[in-house]
Ligand binder design. Structure first.
Ligand SMILES: Nc1ncnc2c1ncn2[C@@H]1O[C@H](COP(=O)(O)OP(=O)(O)OP(=O)(O)O)[C@@H](O)[C@H]1O
Ligand SMILES: [Mg+2]
Length: 297
């Protein structure tokens, strides 16, 4: 039996003459959190809408939960949860009424784990959606996608509009889905976010899937920017002997450099000095593309 929960074969969607996605061939395994990472306009929403048969492929095909995305789209939607990028329904409904509607559509009598999720996300299900802020509406959208504990959830930029604490809560919820053996497919343009929660990431750029990689391997490949402020003057050659350090620039007692790959040697070398401050930032999406593609986006 195939362990692929989503399987596409040269899936393409064009909008007239303009590009949506081109030739995307991808397998998402059961029980993984898969991130679909790309900048604005890369094709993330197009991919998700095509998987759910809200858009029809121009060519190629997709199977979701072992079913044909076009022929069996009703069954796929009944067995999965979905947060669209532009989550918007009848805004006069309260969150609870909206969930009741979705429960009925999915043939359920109860609201599953909706109440527990509402507490975790501090979501108010008693107010009409039009009275809620964007982030608070997004929470209702997330609960809508998850409350029936589907075996597959497909989420288009799930953390969009959430404050940092709620983003953290979402990452925990996503990790729990994996622990329960469920599959999560989510889109994002935040490298940090996908590295924290995903097992594997597909990198999409200008409609094409340019790489699929384990997050652990991505970390190895991706460089980090480090700025260190030493408490005392240091020699010009500080950290020059650490193999993973590149592009050193010493400015007074401030050293800026990049680390490619392992960071342990850097930490050990720094430990020989008194350090006042240290800042480590992850690469931008542009730099990541450079690492995979040989040129910036
Ligand atoms: N209805 C449409 N008609 C024409 N072109 C479209 C349409 N929808 C999307 N596109 C084009 O398809 C490409 C992919 O768009 P898509 O919305 O899938 O990107 P995205 O990765 O979801 O971006 P974002 O991060 O901004 O949500 C873009 O070039 C966009 O202009
Ligand atoms: Mg989008």
């Amino acid at each position: 039996m195939s362990t692929a929960v989503i399987e596409t074969d040269r899936l393409s969607k064009r909008y007239g003459s303009s590009r949506g996605i081109s030739d995307v061939t991808l397998r998402v395994r059961r029980g993984e959190v898969f991130g679909f990472l790309g900048p604005n306009g890369a094709g993330k929403t197009t991919m998700i809408r095509t998987l759910l048969d809200l858009l029809h492929p121009t060519s190629g095909s997709a199977r979701v939960l072992g079913l044909d995305s076009r022929r069996d789209s009703r069954a796929i939607r009944a067995r999965s949860g979905n947060l669209p990028g532009d989550f918007a329904y009848d805004e006069r409904l309260t969150g609870r009424e909206l969930l009741a509607f979705f429960a009925a559509v999915r043939g359920r009598r109860d609201l599953g784990v909706a109440q527990a999720l509402a507490e975790r996300f501090e979501a108010d299900l008693s107010r009409p959606l039009h009275e809620l802020s964007r982030g608070n509406r997004q929470k209702v959208g997330l609960i809508q996608a998850l409350f029936h504990e589907p075996e597959l959830v497909i989420l288009d930029e799930p953390t969009s509009g959430l404050d940092p604490l709620m983003q953290e809560e979402f990452l925990r919820v996503a990790a729990e889905q994996r622990e329960a053996g469920r599959t999560v497919f989510l889109s994002s343009h935040d490298l940090d976010e996908v590295q924290r929660v995903c097992d594997r990431v597909g990198i999409v750029r200008e409609g094409r899937l340019i790489a699929v990689e384990e997050v652990a391997a991505m970390r190895e490949r991706a460089l980090r920017h480090v700025t260190v402020r030493f408490a005392d003057p240091v020699s010009d050659g500080v950290l020059a002997d650490v193999p993973s350090v590149e592009h050193r620039e010493l400015d007074g007692r401030t050293l800026r450099f990049r680390v490619r790959g392992e960071i342990d040697g850097v930490v050990k070398a720094l430990a020989r000095h008194r350090v006042e401050d240290v800042e480590i930032t992850r690469p931008t999406l542009d730099e990541l593309f450079l690492a995979y593609y040989g040129r910036p986006s």
